[in-house]
Ligand binder design. Sequence first.
Ligand code: BDP
Length: 721
Amino acid sequence: MNQPLFLYILLQLSFLIAPFNMSAQEDYKLWLQYKKVQDTKIATNYHSKINGIVALGNSETIQTAIKEIQLGLSGLIGHQITLQKNTNTENMLILGNQSSLDEAVLKNVKSEFDLINNEGYIIKTIQLKNKKHILITAKTDIGVLYGVFNFLKLLQTNQQIENLAITDSPRINIRMLNHWDNLDRTVERGYAGFSLWNWQKLPDFIDQRYIDYARANASIGINGTVINNVNANALILTPQYLEKVEALAKVFRPYGIKVYLTARFSAPIEIGGLKTADPFDAAVKNWWKEKAAEIYARIPDFGGFLVKANSEGQPGPQNYGRNHVDGANMLADAVAPFGGIVMWRAFVYSEHDVNDRAKQAYSEFVPYDGQFRNNVIVQVKNGAIDFQPREPFHPMFGAMPKTPLMMEFQITQEYLGFSTHLVYLPKLYQEVLESDTYSKGKGSTVAKIIDGTVDNHKISGIAGVANIGNDINWTGHPFAQANWYGFGRLAWNPYQDSETIAEDWLRMTFSNDEKFIKPVKEMMLESREAVVNYMTPLGLHHIMDTGHHYGPGPWVSNLSRPDWNPTYYHKADTKGIGFDRSKTGSNATAQYSPEVAKIFDDVANCPEKDLLWFHHISWDYKLKNGETLWNSLALKYQEGVNQVESMNTTWNKMEQYVDQVRFKEVQMLLNIQHKEAKWWRDACLLYFQQYSGKELPKSVEKPTQTLNYFKSLKFPFAPGN
Ligand code: BDP
């Protein structure tokens, strides 16, 4: 080949490859981009304030902290900050836990140590022999690592670092991800590729991804991970797999992340060769005790078991005439000698129970309050049905004062447009956490129930069903990274504002430019209400298409269980629409504290956002805006579409602030979201119109297709199913 031609081809290829690689990396780096600080004044200031690092201690966690601070600073400041032996020169960054500090340093932070717990940290500007330094310290090494990540966050978000005096501690003990990952690497309700865990290559091959996964989690304070699906496969408990789990636990340990496993209740039969899994059977109890000992011999800091039992066909104690307490306590006894816990899920409902599905978990679990061992925590979804775009808080929160309850949020967007729709979920989480249960009077918010303050619990927990897969950008949608990030931040402190979190995330992930931050933050904050509007406004729920839950399916009524059918939930008829859960209906409202029940029970007082969740309302009923229910419903669907349209407009103006690839990705995804929002609007309104028999209000666009067309759409290979 002649040289010019060769060079020409090379040039063409590099155009194709270079931007791809660049952005692929940016996507991959999540919120830990560590890009050079753009504002030169700020950059110079950082440079002058950080001369070197003095690191005390040499545990794996401290080594990790040193690596991270060096990586972060070299990116943000633009050159390597070296390790120093002492604080003779000023402007050292001193890292070390409490016991590693000498008296001269300690003197500066004595009172701060009283303000933090074992995982908390202190970042403080101190003076030693008239020289200023920045100290990052904690009671434990993991606290130091959290301090390092939070110090880097200050720089990433361009905050000042003069006279620092920060103390911070997590409010919840167990802050974890739940991976619904199967051993064949498919991910139940996963929309970002396959499972991260490469079981076939483990334990010998340690993918860099495992390390970066741990870094990302530690940076937001996540300290636990359940690595396999709640619909569990017993094989994970065999030596063949435990060896692989052990290898992952070893990778995660320096980052303060404990591994937990789901336990299939019938494992003693399936892999233990026993005839029964009856929790009262001596051989069964013994099998679990030995299994626990075997796991702890490999993984001394193993966290414990998460169990889905007698739920959606999974085996459980009821198969043997026993109850949830019997099952949970048997497992709790097995892990107790090693300090392990059992997270027992309350996601139960039965096709044989004719009661409103929303009432069943409460009815089944509340009578057990006080009967669980003290190393059992009951894991409750945020709402009583199933991770809908909006649900009132689960009535179990506040109803079991003698039992620690753990929150289960879904980060993966099973019912919220998969990884195709931009939906900023911390808005949803915050709404739930701020809800007042009134269980011990006004102010008994869900956040205070789960962090243990209302009922004085020692263990507290929060879990997020992960949206992570092996896609280059981890989460499918670039903005879905914000949901992982935001979940972690709220797990650390459930009282934070989702707006602050969105802003931090944007600054760390994309840019500190105000012209970018302001509009894009607004777009994120509005996105949750948008999805509610174009999918399930005014309290509608579970009207997604069947099985895969992709797209609208309000017409579906032929499933084997009544409570799997959308028609069960919306109950549309010629008179009106909505599920009557008030006194005149299923009386689910009575499961809440009287103060809350009173509000939900009364049509006139019930928040309109929850109206059709609690009431069956006539099409002509007038809402606060003076419009009929039918008109309001239609207008909400249209509003949702309009909101996505304006999200598109906002994003289209952002090209200059973000790299080309991420810009295009988000642009294409927003276009799909817009298309699908219209699909939702048209399909739902055409379907409900059959019952209302009314015209659409003028400002609602005419449907582009017939109802039959929408009904005919089938998605046999929709992901995550
Ligand atoms: C539902 C999901 C199903 C899960 C179940 C659960 O559709 O895939 O197994 O929840 O949480 O939302 O157990």
